[in-house]
Design a protein around this ligand. Structure first.
Ligand SMILES: C[S@@+](CC[C@H](N)C(=O)[O-])C[C@H]1O[C@@H](n2cnc3c(N)ncnc32)[C@H](O)[C@@H]1O
Length: 473
């Protein structure tokens, strides 16, 4: 817990008591549109009983434009501990019967295990000790995670890496589904399993660089967090919505065995309290949480660059590149020998220095657009004299440096054109296929494409200025 946190309690005396309209909302935050409904009241009563302790005295559940949300019942001060959810009322894989756990071990990951636990509890109906919680979870129609989009909807984001990632995610879950089907008697349908898998996926974005060859972003998330107990569904805390600017995150106090949230600022009564799920781009939010932000400061683009394999020196370039390409921990790069992928962030200026266009992307263009073996030799020698990283400094030959960056500009221009076209197509949307697309998903696609386009344009602008400066100096 943060030093000086003030724990504010007392929800027991209020839940189920007189309902109150949450009226004083900050102008920039979504308003509570309904009173607390009966399900929420029953849910809070159940949670209180199960926890045997107060979870929060200052937060209440109501509906906002983001679905259910937590609102300040009382003035909250920065540093207050606003909720504490004991580990005992969190749904974790250690609550799976031992025999099921043993059968699942080595077959599926933690997320799928929690999904199986949810299915088992759901099948128990009224007999389940988790029924009020399971009933509080959203149904498939309320989920807009890209993994659930149909082909028409997916087409809207074909320019973004989200497109392939959603397809991969779906395939992965299908594999896990076939792995779990024989080991329990519940015979769930694949759609049910996908929904539960999504509920149970932790809010983590994995970037696995396997050797040098594969860049495999594995993104899973939704209502769950990864704690010391593995993947955990945390009732009540999972009513908190995401604000990318918030400094509050879910914390764990292992000693007290609770998950908790400390307010990062003061809240007036009726204001929606939000936390930051992570520093997530719209691609991650769309894939893992089923929403996007209209202007997301964490947006980034994964761009794939074709290696010019018709080049006379292609093999030498590839060999040079692979020998030197830099520390393996650098998750900005991977290559599968015909294409290389890089992650570009919006260019920001930090103490007069531009940050955003990855050095490794510029190095790639210097190497692959070299015109002679001597140039490659020079780059290798310079790398060996320095920190081993290849082509990180501007080429001494200014013409060559401008040429390499012009090729990068060309690549970015093509990408930008693709995004423009995709955004234009979203506006036309008169054919039958487009009419079947859900408006919320269309808005998500727009936020995603516009954000990624902004990132590409900022890189393009920076590189254009770089070339111009070089050519006049
Ligand atoms: C952990 S739950 C939060 C509680 C949720 N609103 C509910 O009704 O149960 C995460 C889900 O809330 C919604 N959400 C959270 N933050 C949001 C935001 N900033 N904009 C839009 N939807 C948001 C998304 O549907 C997301 O999948």
């Amino acid at each position: 817990m943060a030093a000086g946190a003030r724990l504010v309690r007392g929800v027991a005396s209020r839940i189920g008591g007189g309902r109150r309209l949450l009226s004083r909302c900050a102008a920039s935050k979504p308003q509570a549109t309904t009173l607390k409904d009966d399900n929420c009241t029953a849910f809070l009563r159940w949670l209180q009983r199960k926890a045997g302790t107060q979870v929060s005295s200052v937060l209440d559940v109501a509906t906002s434009t983001f679905g259910r949300s937590l609102f300040a019942l009382e003035p909250i001060q920065e540093g207050d501990c606003i909720l504490e959810v004991p580990y005992g009322v969190q749904l974790t894989q250690d609550k799976l019967p031992q025999e099921v756990c043993m059968l699942l071990d080595n077959l599926v990951g933690d997320t799928a295990k929690v999904a199986v636990l949810l299915m088992m509890e759901q099948n128990l109906g009224h007999a389940s000790g988790w029924e009020p919680y399971i009933k509080s979870l959203p149904c498939k129609d309320q989920m807009h995670n890209v993994m659930f989009w149909d082909l028409n909807e997916l087409q809207m984001v074909r320019n973004s890496s989200v497109y392939n990632e959603a397809i991969e995610q779906r395939e992965q879950i299908k594999k896990e589904f076939s792995a779990v089907t024989p080991v329990h008697s519940l015979s769930p349908s694949l759609p049910d399993f996908m929904v539960m898998h999504w509920w149970a996926s932790p809010a983590l974005f994995y970037l696995c660089v396997i050797e040098i060859a594969i860049f495999m972003p594995r993104a899973v998330s939704s209502r769950a967090w990864r704690t010391s107990k593995g993947v955990s569904l945390i009732p009540f805390a999972d009513f908190l919505n995401h604000d990318g600017h918030s400094n509050s995150i879910l914390l764990y106090d292992e000693k007290k065995a609770v998950s908790e949230v400390i307010a990062d600022r003061n809240y007036a009564v009726g204001e929606q309290v939000m936390i930051r799920y992570g520093k997530h781009s719209n691609a991650v939010l769309a894939l893992n949480f089923g929403f996007t932000l209209s202007r997301n400061i964490y947006d980034q683009v994964q761009t794939w660059v074709d290696m010019p394999d018709e080049d006379l020196f292609y093999m030498e370039k590839l060999d040079t590149w692979l020998r030197h390409h830099g520390p393996k921990s650098e998750d900005m790069f991977s290559c599968n020998y015909t294409k290389a992928s890089f992650v570009i962030k919006e260019v920001k200026f930090c103490r007069g220095k531009a940050v955003g266009v990855p050095q490794i992307l510029r190095a790639f263009f210097r190497v692959f657009y070299a015109t002679s073996l001597e140039e490659l030799e020079e780059m290798s020698t310079e790398a060996a004299r320095g920190d081993g990283r290849l082509a990180r400094r501007p080429l001494e030959n200014r013409e060559r440096e401008i040429h390499a960056h012009s090729m990068l500009l060309l690549h970015l221009d093509n990408e930008i054109q693709g995004y423009f076209t995709a955004i234009e197509q979203l506006k036309i949307a008169n054919d039958t296929a487009s009419r079947s697309v859900q408006p919320f998903r269309k808005q998500m696609a727009k936020d995603l494409l516009v954000g990624e386009l902004r990132v590409l344009q900022s890189s393009r602008a920076w590189i254009a200025i770089y070339c111009e400066t070089l050519s006049i100096s």
